[in-house]
Design a binder for this molecule. Structure first.
Ligand code: 5GP
Ligand code: MG
Ligand code: MG
Length: 185
């Protein structure tokens, strides 16, 4: 789905598909060098990071394994808290593995900080992070992001996996919604 297909709901496009593709290819090239010979396990949090995971893993030039986790983070509305529960766990043992977390967006940093800590507690050999998007102005917890994509302003974005109320995940680029979309519900 393109911006034009939902133009009545979209204020403007923030990151084009060409920009997304170029950034993912660039980071994948760096990560491929860093992880050569290490048989890395890429871990993504469902569902927002799925698009990034698919494109990123395909752009890597070394063999990788992929796995997914479903987390729920309690908090009000669009803000998450540090309290995270696992809804669906990984299917592999991470002990001794080199893990690269693939994230859609870091907002407060709470979800990611919890996940990094949890994977280390489980005995991972290393845990690093690739986040396609980051809102630095919203950070509550410091998280070390080895591979950073785009820094964006404090606005709620949708597309390329990211949803508002489960909608717009299949938008091919990243965009800011019109306030009327939230106010209407
Ligand atoms: P954090 O724990 O860093 O505050 O929240 C991270 C999660 O909140 C993301 O993985 C994503 O699911 C959601 N989130 C944060 N900001 C946005 C946003 O601008 N748009 C959407 N669709 N989800 C967001
Ligand atoms: Mg996420
Ligand atoms: Mg969501």
């Amino acid at each position: 789905m393109r911006i034009a297909d939902v133009s009545e709901d979209i204020d403007h496009e923030l990151v084009s598909r060409e920009q997304i593709d170029a950034k993912i290819r660039e980071v994948a090239a760096r990560a491929s060098e860093d992880y050569r010979g290490k048989n890395p396990l890429l871990v993504a949090v469902l569902k927002g990071a799925v698009n990034t995971m698919v494109e990123f893993s395909q752009a890597m030039s070394i063999p990788v394994q992929i796995d997914f986790m479903s987390l729920s983070s309690y908090g009000s509305g669009t803000v998450s808290s540090g309290q995270v529960t696992v809804r669906q766990d990984l299917s592999v043992d991470v002990r001794g593995r080199h893990i690269l977390i693939v994230e859609d967006i870091i907002d407060s940093g709470n979800t990611l900080a919890w996940l990094v800590g949890e994977l280390k507690r489980r005995g991972a050999a290393s845990v690093e992070v690739f986040a396609l998007l980051s809102k630095p102005s919203r950070r509550e917890v410091d998280v070390d992001v080895k591979y950073a994509g785009f820094e964006i302003p404090d606005e709620f974005v949708v597309g390329f996996g990211l949803d508002y109320d489960e909608r717009y995940r299949n938008l091919e680029s990243i965009a800011i919604l019109k306030p009327s979309v939230y106010q209407g519900e």
